[in-house]
Write a protein that binds this ligand. Structure first.
Ligand code: ADP
Ligand code: ZN
Length: 520
């Protein structure tokens, strides 16, 4: 079978993207496969091409209705018969599609996971030759992930109901080890051929913005970059979405909103006008995204920090699917951290899972405070080996600003953590260092420790920067509880003894210092 010929005939491509050929050949040879590819990596082709070649039908389990409809339309246009079965169908439509499936009209049938164990569907599908079951967004089966869908847990039972077990192909853009292990086990993949393509997206430029007024930064950015092109702005809440849309419109910037609380009709209209370039910017909660295949999104701005690196990378990864340069900007503010922590605390989950959520959040906070290459920090999270120290395409690598030796400040902070017996969080440690006369400090006798008042000339913000930098470099461990406590790590000693030096961008620390002078 000449898969290159099919690639050209049906899809119009001359070459495979990374990983596609290996996965497709694996499927055609009858192996279960697990494809781990970043957003935009070309996962759909890995089951669409085999579907055309294989006998009978390919069933694709997919979490989102909007995603199914788009894919069906695209396939029909290419001359591949496809249909979808989901909850929006009327009974009569469903019966009709079922009959058409029975008469072998379709090569690909998309199914919402909720449908899998409906008896009528199963009774019908049993008579049909199903060669391949493809599971899109396979991480939705994992409770550790950010998109857990309980109905995905029905998948293994569904697979077992076939007399001739079809080949099972799972795909995800998530690469954390815990989740991969869980995907394989829960779906019941049999000795799968696993293909990971690597997570780097060379055309994405990463930037973290920590300083200044967010709105001012944003409007300035929008008037100076990609003025005629599309972008996504992610916000943490529906309220922020509404407020930001209003503000952008007032400034004459073309934007519309998208969140779960909007009427379906309005939301769809907004999505469409974004997709067809009638509005430049969509301001959205994380409800917007999975399956949005707009190739020319030039910037993805996070107006609020999301809950972990996985969520961040998936959302940021919606930029630049066409391979052209695109910007991913994460705006950090401490109040976003507070919000995320409240959300974690408000969810009723097992203690173990809660601890993991705090840990994952901390990784993203550290990402916002590192002075090292942002791209490397992302790839490191996904367990990828880093080859270059400097990517040249992130705000840290490009930032020419002078580095300042903050070893002495770091030592002061670390000794203070030690002196208060590693029992307090950042706020108290900062107050002790600044010699606060706060009631709690005095009551607990913290004004008696030897590090009391030794950083009185530094602003709260400057000391917090030092703490976050130390955490980002693993010289401080911030516990993952509701009330995080600062602890020393096995590496802290090296800083305390002056064996290693700590550096920080000069402008940030100095700015904080001068702000402090203003307060006094
Ligand atoms: P994913 O599901 O992994 O996010 P998609 O399957 O939506 O990615 O593919 C991303 C983009 O890459 C789509 O626009 C698709 O048409 C394109 N694409 C897929 N395979 C190829 C290929 N072999 N050559 C060129 N473009 C491709
Ligand atoms: Zn870099």
């Amino acid at each position: 079978m000449d898969i290159y010929k099919q690639l050209k005939t049906y899809f119009g491509y001359d070459m495979f993207k990374k990983g596609q050929e290996k996965l497709i050949k694996g499927i055609l040879e009858g192996y279960d496969v697990l494809g781990i590819m970043p957003t935009g990596g070309g996962k759909s082709l890995c089951y669409q091409l085999p579907a055309v070649i294989l006998e009978g039908v390919t069933i694709v389990v997919s979490p989102l209705i909007s995603l199914m409809k788009d894919q069906v339309d695209a396939l029909q246009e290419m001359g591949i018969e496809a249909a979808c079965i989901n909850s929006t169908l009327q009974t009569s439509e469903l019966v009709e599609i079922m009959q058409e499936i029975e008469s072998n009209r379709y090569k690909i049938v998309f199914v919402a996971p909720e449908r899998l164990n409906s008896n009528s569907f199963m009774n019908m599908i049993r008579h049909i030759k199903v060669s391949l079951i493809a599971i899109d967004e396979a991480h939705c089966i994992s409770q550790w992930g950010h998109d857990f869908r309980p109905s995905y847990l029905e998948i293994p039972r569904f697979i077992k109901r076939f007399k001739d077990r079809p080949v099972v192909a799972a795909f995800t853009a998530t690469a954390t080890k815990e989740i991969i292990v869980e995907i394989k086990a829960l779906i019941g993949l049999q000795k799968p051929l696993e293909v990971t393509t690597g997570f780097d997206r060379p055309n994405l430029f990463y930037q973290v913005v920590k300083e200044g007024n967010k709105l001012a930064y944003l409007t300035n950015y929008l008037s100076n970059h990609f003025q005629e092109e599309s972008g996504i702005i992610y916000c943490a809440t529906r309220k922020t979405v509404e407020a930001l849309v209003k503000k952008l419109k007032e400034k004459g910037i073309s934007a519309s909103g998208y969140h779960g609380g909007m009427e379906t009709e309005v939301r769809q209209r907004n999505q469409e006008s974004f997709m067809f370039n009638r509005t430049r910017i969509i301001v959205a909660t994380n409800a917007f995204g999975m399956g949005i295949d707009k190739p020319d999104v030039r910037f993805v701005i996070h107006y609020n920090m999301p809950k972990n690196m996985e969520a961040y990378y998936q959302e940021a990864g919606r930029g630049g699917r066409d391979g052209e340069e695109s910007h991913c900007i994460l705006m950090y503010s401490p109040s976003d951290v507070v919000k995320q922590k409240l959300m974690i605390a408000g969810e009723e989950v097992a203690a173990e899972r809660e601890a993991l959520q705090y840990k994952n959040l901390q990784y993203l906070i550290d990402f916002c405070h590192t002075n090292d290459c942002l791209r490397n920090k992302i790839l490191g999270y996904f367990g990828e080996e880093v080859t270059k120290e400097n990517c040249g395409k992130c705000s840290n690598c490009l930032d020419q600003s002078e580095m300042m030796d903050i070893t002495v400040e770091a030592q002061k902070v670390l000794s203070c953590i030690y002196r208060v017996n590693q029992r307090y969080g950042a706020n108290i440690v900062i107050q002790v260092l600044r010699g606060s006369k706060n009631k709690k400090i005095l009551e607990q006798g913290l004004n008696q420790v030897s590090t009391y008042n030794i950083m009185k000339d530094y602003s709260e913000k400057a000391i917090r920067e030092v703490i976050m930098t130390l955490s980002a470099r693993n010289y401080i461990h911030i516990t993952t509880d509701k009330f995080p406590v600062l602890k020393l790590t096995s590496q802290s000693r090296e800083v305390l003894q002056g064996k290693v030096k700590v550096y920080h961008k000069k402008d940030l620390i100095e700015k904080s210092l001068s702000e402090n002078k203003k307060d006094v």
